[in-house]
Design a protein around this ligand. Structure first.
Ligand SMILES: [Zn+2]
Ligand SMILES: [Zn+2]
Length: 331
């Protein structure tokens, strides 16, 4: 099979011919149709996440069709079923996090496209307990970004409780989905982009943002909560200053540059600063049930599998409006 692989962090992905993997007991062999490109993939390729398997097939927003099963009992996904594979690929089932419904924090978790080969390839294997059915109304291309941008965004939004006025710092793949859920829930959204990104600001307004501007600007009114999607630590004090007493700032990315020091006064008043890590299967079930009700529409820019480096470069330079998705040619 064709695959794009990472041989060493800090280098470009290489096109390679690999054997089609064999599913172990409990695993599905999946023919990949599409795979979303996530900022986390950039952190892996750049070496900011330091524990990848090597060589690695990246990619953790996979939509494909079940080809076959490994040994064992299978009920959920007969061959031909369309499934989605997310970032969380394996948990231990016995650590204190797994035992208390917090499998996203599992001490021995393994992640798709990081410790497990992912979807920048024609085929992959995945533990079926961590796969999701894809809602019927979503074509392969539009479904892919739901699996990380959508899921992590959903978990981040849930962490803001009942906040009415929400700031989104960084208006990329996750934010363009979160805003649709937030608006559906009757919340007001304020979107912050890189300064000068007037296209991104217009995109946010088109999706229902009450206000859109540069992250260096103060919002026109105080926020009840903020979610930071951009991997930029200096946005943390900026967002804290923008939220009211009792407000929450959620850092949604897996990696961020260092956070500069700031006066305690900006945290005082029971403001909460927290991160969101990974996802639980429950997040996935809830979000994929909710998405077609809203209905969430994803805006995607498609790239052929072999253009994965171009897709990553476009994401890095902020050129993608919505989400980048790799399309695997089935010919
Ligand atoms: Zn991701
Ligand atoms: Zn565990």
């Amino acid at each position: 099979m064709r695959a794009m692989i990472l041989n060493a962090p800090g280098s470009a992905l290489q096109e390679a011919e690999l054997p089609i993997p064999t599913p172990n007991p409990g695993q599905l062999l999946i023919q990949v149709h599409t795979c979303g490109v996530c900022r986390t993939d950039l952190h892996v390729v750049d070496g900011e996440l330091t524990q990848p398997k090597l060589p690695l097939v990246p990619g953790h927003q996979i939509v494909g069709a079940v080809v076959s099963h490994g040994a064992g009992v299978h009920t959920a996904f007969p061959p031909g079923t369309r499934v989605g594979v997310p970032w969380l690929g394996h948990t231990c089932n016995h650590c204190r996090y797994c035992l208390t419904g917090r499998e996203n924090l599992c001490d021995n978790a393994q992640f798709t496209g990081y410790q497990l080969d992912g979807g920048y390839a024609e085929y992959m294997v995945a533990d079926e307990r961590f796969c999701f059915p894809i809602p019927a109304g979503y074509p392969d291309l539009q479904a892919a970004p739901l699996l990380c941008a959508g899921l992590i965004g959903y978990r981040s939004l849930m962490m803001t409780d009942d906040a009415e006025r929400i700031g989104l710092y960084g208006f990329g793949a996750a934010a363009h989905i979160v805003i649709q859920t937030a608006r559906y829930q009757g919340r007001q959204v304020f979107a912050f982009t890189r300064s000068g990104d007037t296209q991104g600001q217009q995109f946010a307004r088109d999706l229902g943002a009450l206000w859109a501007g540069s992250s260096m600007e103060a919002p026109p009114e105080p926020l009840d909560a903020a979610i930071i999607f951009a991997p930029v630590g200096s946005l943390v004090p900026v967002a804290l200053k923008a939220v009211v007493k009792g407000g929450t700032v959620v850092c949604a990315g897996i990696h961020m540059s260092d956070i500069p020091s700031f006066p305690y006064e900006w945290l005082w008043g029971e403001r909460v600063l927290r991160s969101v890590a990974n996802l639980t299967r429950r997040d996935g079930e809830e979000f994929l049930a909710l998405a077609p009700q809203i209905p969430i529409q994803t805006q995607v820019e498609a790239f052929p599998l072999t253009s994965a480096n171009e897709a990553l470069a476009a994401l890095r330079s902020g050129k993608i409006q919505g989400a980048a998705v790799l399309v695997v040619d089935q010919s």
